[in-house]
Design a protein around this ligand. Sequence first.
Ligand code: GDP
Ligand code: GDP
Length: 456
Amino acid sequence: DIKEITNTLVVVLTVERVKVMVKPVVAIVGRPNVGKSTIFNRIVGERISIVEDIPGVTRDRIYSSGDWLTHEFNIIDTGGIDIGDEPFLEQIRQQAEIAIDEADVIIFLTNGREGVTAADEEVAKILYKSKKPVVLAVNKIDNPDMRDQIYDFYALGFGEPFPISGSHGLGLGDMLDEVAKSFPQSNGDDYADDMIKFSLIGRPNVGKSSLVNALLGEERVIVSDIAGTTRDAIDSIYTYHGQQYVIIDTAGMRKKGKVYESTEKYSVLRALRAIERSDVVLVVLNAEEGIIEQDKKIAGYAHEAGRAVIIVVNKWDAIEKDEKTMNIFEQKIRDNFQYLDYAPIVFLSAKTKKRVLNLLPKINTVSENHALRVQTTVLNDVIMDAVAMNPTPTDNGRRLKIFYTTQVAVKPPTFVVFVNEPELMHFSYERFLENRIRDAFGFEGTPIKIFARERK
Ligand code: GDP
Ligand code: GDP
C-alpha cells in the first residue's frame, strides 16, 4: 500500500524550485498571399491538439508550437489576425506591429515570383524601427533555377535573403537555423525561483480585473518596468503569509489604445503569452452566465500549455442558491472540461471578497504539485502494483511490457515509461497509469505527461 510506503520513507516527494520553460516566440509577417499560412503549417506540422478534439471548438490556427532540431518555440501567423475594416496597408502595418510586440524573432516573408513590392517596403520600414531580429525569407523559390530571383531582396536591408518553398518544404531548415540563432538566452524574467507566477484568464467581464483588485487592494505594486520583464504585461508582486506571488494581469493589458488590441484573436494571443509565463493559471468563469464555448477554448489552452490550473467561479454572490447549487455547477464544469479533471474549483465573489483569500492556499498547493518530483523507487513500486492490478494491453498476441519508469521533468511532472514496444501503450492504459500515479502522489491541480519509450 503506497500510503504506508509514503509514511515510512523520509523523502518521497520533493518540490523543485525551477522556472517554467518559456518558449521563444517567432512571428511570420508579410503581405497577403506570400505564403505565411503555408509556412506556418509546414513548421507546426500535424500537431494533435486536445482543444481541437473538443466538439464545437475550432482552433485558431494563428498560434501554435513548433520545433527545429533541439529548439522548441511558439509561432504566430500574423496574417491570421484579421483587423476589422482597416484599409489593406493599415492591416499589414498593424500585423507587423503585433509581431514586434509579441515576438522574439520575426520571419519577414516575401514572394520571389513577384519581386519586391511597395507593400514589402512598407513592412520593412516598420520592422527597421524595432530592435527585434528579422530573418528575411523569399518564398515560392520552388526549384534551384529560380534562386537568382532572391538578389533583389537584398534591397530590403535585412541582409541575406533565405530562398524557401513552402509548397515543397525547401530551405526551411536553413531559415530556421538562422531564426534559432537569435533566440534569447534567458528564460524571460528575473523573478526569484521561489516566487509563484500566476495569471487570470477568461473572456471579457467574468471579473478578472475585479479579482486582481480584490487580492491586491491598495498593495498593488506594478513591476512592469523592472529589468527583464520584456513583455508589456502588467505584473504585480504580492506577498501573503510569507509567500511571494507575481500576478500576470492580462485584463490590464487591454488599455494600450492600439486599434488591434480590441480584436478577439489578439486578446487570445495575449492570454496565451500570459499562460506561457505562469506557473498557475486561474481559469475564471462567470457564475451568472454559466459556461460557454469561449470558456472551453480558453481552458483548453491552459491545459495544453502544461500549467497548473484552478477553475474559479466568480460572481457567486450574484446568483440564487440553495444547498444543491454548488454541486450542480461543479458537475457542469466537470462535464464541460473533462480534460481538466485534475483542476480544483473555487467558488468566490470578487465583489464581496467572500472566499477570495481561499484562493492563495490553493495556488500554493497546485504550484507545489506542479513542481513535484517523485522518488524513482517509490514510483516504480506504484507502477508495478498498477500492472499487477490491471494487466498491460496486448495486440496481435504481443503484450506491452513495462521495464522501468522515471520522472524526467517537473512543471508539469513528466514521466517516461520504458517498454518493449511503445505502440502497444494505448491511451486508455496510459490514462490508467496516470490515475494510479495521482492516487499515490496527489498532483491535484497539475497536468501530468506520460510518454512510452522503447528500452534501448
Ligand atoms: P498568406 O496569405 O501569406 O498566408 O499565403 P498562403 O499561405 O495562403 O499562400 C498563398 C498562395 O500561395 C496559396 O495559393 C499557396 O498555395 C501558394 N504558395 C505558398 N507557398 C508557395 C510556394 O512555396 N510555392 C508556390 N508556387 N506557391 C506557394
Ligand atoms: P474582466 O473583464 O474579466 O476584467 O471583468 P471586470 O473585473 O472588469 O468585471 C466585469 C463586471 O463584473 C464589472 O461590472 C464588475 O463590477 C462585475 N463583477 C466582477 N466581479 C463580480 C462579483 O464577484 N460579483 C458581482 N456581482 N459582480 C462582479
